[in-house]
Each structure stands twice: as structure tokens, then as C-alpha cells.
Design a protein around this ligand. Structure first.
Ligand code: AMP
Ligand code: GLY
Length: 420
């Protein structure tokens, strides 16, 4: 098969790395890819959000299966367009992609199907929202309805900062039109975990669980990022929690999709709060998580292509997905300054110094004119180690991450140490 992966971050590197192990793939492409992906796939210079470009390239190059990594092209309807062009595609259509592209859509879905989540209200009028500031007390959870590159959730601690945040979101439009509607939620307490699931029209199958570290600094301090590290499986899960998630969240979600005519095919990423009164849904994303995917796919034993083709053919119930017992830990090396502004083009050294069983997934890298690998994003690399125990994997991830250098490199030191 000829397969095209769309995207160019750590998630897409993990997907390509895993697909490249399949004997059924004759040619693997990635658009646009990055310097690490170039090791396992042929990179195609078409941007992930250039829907016309991707569709034309996929048709011209007889692609048998396209796999979409990021949320923005999904929300733009890339799956519908590729299907129209006769290209089978792994990922949800535009209608289903609203589950990530609109918080309000998802909250209504969860409420309609009695799936545990925070209570909420939504506002489109700034004055009305200001008149209701602190309706659930503080901290106040404010969510831009639309896509805002993972930054659209603001959680002010008091009334003064809540008013300022509302002014920025609705008055100054810091998230553009994404905050024309704001969802206000009850503040949930507990520990968060990520659950990625394969979904087709008949079946939902959770992957191994994962823990993500969203804040930039140790101790879960500082601003949110795309994710500074991850481990799998989550040490917070046990059979009881898994059963509750299955019965109260996964099965009602699948039934809800069927009742609402949401023909979901792809990955449903469920952000969970493991609260005192059970697991609750914080959010849905409709794609693999990043960096969760790096730890999770590192532990997949089955052929990922078999899973993708089963999903697009609605045969997910016919296959068994196997995982290795080893634990995985991924430590992200980020550019100094991220998630604020940061420099690019810093030469990366030491990539050849890592041990043989370590996989360094590239998130923000490219080749410079001299053919050197340089930084090109906020999150640069995801150093992924496995081990018979969680602590062994963690020690290996850090020992190897220390060998890689670039100017301004930053990593958290407590990935896999806290939230376990
Ligand atoms: P989201 O973009 O929806 O994942 O939200 C980003 C982060 O905000 C989450 O990972 C949580 O840490 C936090 N968050 C979102 N909703 C809530 C909530 N209702 N209660 C507490 N924290 C929340
Ligand atoms: N790591 C969180 C996300 O992919 O949205």
C-alpha cells in the first residue's frame, strides 16, 4: 500500500515510525514531515492545512490510505475532501471534527448522553458573561468555543483576573473568533489522564492509557504547553477505574455517536479528570495526542496499518490490538522561552549518542542549508525510552535526553515522577 501521513510534529513522527515497520506498506510519505520523519518516510513539501494541495498530491500519487495527524485540517474537512477525491482516509469527517473544534458542541453531546463532565453554561454576549462572572466560584474555567492552538482555556483565580480574561477573549479577541462563544465550566479537581481510543461506526477500543504533563515548569507550574512529557501506561489506572470509564464514558459515547448520526472513524482522545466522584470528561479531541502518542505507539506490538485499515473499513471489532508489557516514558526537549516566543534554527547535537533502544521523535526540527538538523519549533524532540519498570524507563529517558544539546534547550525534570 501507498500511505500518506499528514502533519509534521512528534505525533506524526511516532505514527510514521510505527507504520514504517509494516511489511504491507510499499511506500510511506509524510506531508510536510520534519527532519526526523525523513528517516522513515519520504517528506512531501505540502503543508498540512493546504487542503487543495494535499488532495491533489494524494490523487496524483495513487495514495491508498491517508492518515491525518493534526486537528486543524480535520476541522477544515480534509477527510471529506480526500474521500470525494477517492482516497481512503483515517480520521473523522468535518461533522465529527466538531467534537474538538467546538467545546459547546461537545458539552451538549455529553449532557445529552448523560456522560460525566463538569456542569457548564455558555455565553455569546460579553456583558452577560461579565454579569455572571464567578457563577461557579473560583477558579473560574473559561473556554473559547473554537480551536485556539491548545491555548483557549483560561482559568483565572479571582474576579479581577476573570474580568480581565473575559475582556481579552471577547473584547480584544486574543483568540480571534474562537472566543465569540465562551463556555464556562465548574472547576473539577483531581488528577488528569489521557485515554486515546480507536473508533469506527460499531466499536470503540481504548489504547493503553497515558499521562501527560501540560505545564511548562516542574511541579505542574507555569503556563500550559502542548505537553512536556508523557508516560504509558498511567500508574493511576486500575481495573475499577477502567471499568467505570468503559461503562460511564466509552460505551455511552459510542451509542451517542450512533444516535446522533456521527459517523466517527479515527482516534477519539478523551481528556479525563480522575475526580473523587469518578472519572469525568474534560474534553474530547479527535486525533492522536501529542506527546501521548509517542509513549503509546512505542508500546504497540500490532501492525498499526492493520488497525487503520480496520477502522476505515468498519472492521475494528474483528481485530485484536496487542501491546508490549514494557513501560514507556517520553521527555520533551523544548526551545528556551516556549510556550512564549523562542529562537529557531539552533543546531542540535548528540542525536547519535543515544542508546540503540531509545527512539527520539522529532517534533520541531528541520534540515538547514548545510544539511544540519536544527530546531524549528517550540517542542523540538521527544526522547522516548522503554523499560521493564516505569522507573527504569524514566531513568533511561533522562540519561539519554541529557546527551542531546542545542542552545537554550529546556526540559522538565519531573516527568514520570509526579502524578503517579
Ligand atoms: P482543555 O484544552 O479543555 O484540555 O483544557 C486545558 C486544561 O485546562 C486541562 O488539561 C485542565 O488542566 C484544565 N481544565 C479544563 N477544564 C477544566 C475544568 N472544568 N476544571 C478544572 N480544570 C480544567
Ligand atoms: N497532549 C495534549 C494534546 O495533544 O492535546
Amino acid at each position: 500500500m501507498r500511505v500518506l501521513v499528514v502533519g509534521g510534529g512528534g505525533r506524526e513522527h511516532a505514527i510514521c515510525w510505527k507504520l514504517a515497520q509494516s511489511s504491507k506498506i510499499s511506500k510511506l510519505y509524510c506531508a510536510p514531515g520534519n527532519a526526523g520523519i525523513a528517516d522513515v518516510a519520504e517528506c512531501v513539501p505540502v503543508g498540512a492545512e493546504d487542503i487543495d494541495g494535499i488532495c491533489a498530491w494524494a490523487s496524483d500519487n495513487n495514495i491508498d490510505l491517508a492518515v491525518i495527524g493534526p486537528e486543524v485540517p480535520l476541522a477544515m474537512g480534509i477527510v471529506d475532501r480526500l474521500n470525494e477525491a477517492g482516497v481512503k482516509t483515517f480520521g473523522p469527517n468535518a461533522k465529527c471534527a466538531q467534537l474538538e473544534a467546538s467545546k459547546s458542541f461537545t458539552k451538549a453531546f455529553l449532557a445529552r448522553h448523560n456522560i460525566p463532565t463538569a456542569g457548564y453554561r455558555e455565553f455569546t454576549d460579553k456583558e452577560e458573561l461579565l454579569a455572571n462572572v464567578g457563577i461557579y466560584g473560583y477558579p473560574m474555567v473559561l473556554k473559547a468555543d473554537g480551536l485556539a492552538a491548545g491555548k483557549g482555556v483560561v482559568i483565572p483565580e479571582d474576579e479581577e483576573s476573570a474580568v480581565a480574561a473575559i475582556e481579552e477573549m471577547m473584547g480584544d479577541k486574543v483568540f480571534g473568533n474562537a472566543a465569540d462563544k465562551i463556555v464556562v465550566e465548574e472547576f473539577l479537581t483531581g488528577v488528569e489522564a489521557s485515554m486515546l481510543c480507536f473508533v469506527d461506526h460499531n466499536t470503540i477500543v481504548p489504547m493503553e492509557s497515558a499521562q501527560d504533563y501540560k505545564r511548562i515548569y516542574d511541579g505542574d507550574k507555569g503556563p500550559n504547553t502542548g505537553g512536556m512529557g508523557t508516560y504509558s501506561p498511567s500508574l493511576l489506572f486500575d481495573e475499577d477505574i477502567e471499568k467505570q470509564i468503559r461503562e460511564q464514558i466509552l460505551l455511552p459515547t459510542l451509542r451517542g455517536f450512533q444516535e446522533d448520526g456521527l459517523d466517527f472513524q479515527g482516534v477519539l482522545f478523551i481528556g479525563l479528570m480522575l475526580s473523587e466522584d469518578g472519572p469525568k470528561v474534560i474534553e474530547f479531541n479527535n486525533r492522536f495526542g501529542d506527546p501521548e502518542t509517542q509513549s503509546v505507539l512505542r508500546r504497540m506490538e500490532s501492525d498499526l496499518l492493520d488497525v487503520f485499515t480496520a477502522v476505515v473499513d468498519n472492521r475494528l471489532n474483528e481485530i485484536e490490538i496487542k501491546w508490549i508489557d514494557d513501560r514507556a516514558v517520553t521527555v520533551v526537549l523544548a526551545s528556551g522561552g516556549y510556550p512564549g516566543s523562542y529562537a529557531k534554527g539552533k543546531v542540535i547535537t548528540g542525536l547519535d549518542k543515544v542508546d540503540d533502544d531509545i527512539v527520539v521523535f522529532h517534533a520541531g526540527t528541520k534540515f538547514d542549508e548545510e544539511g544540519r538538523i536544527v530546531t524549528s519549533g517550540g517542542r523540538v524532540l521527544g526522547v522516548t525510552a522503554t523499560g521493564a519498570t516505569h522507573d527504569e524507563a524514566r531513568a533511561k529517558a533522562y540519561a539519554n535526553a541529557e546527551r542531546i544539546e542545542f542552545e537554550g534547550a529546556y526540559m522538565r525534570k519531573d516527568i514520570g515522577l509526579i502524578n503517579r
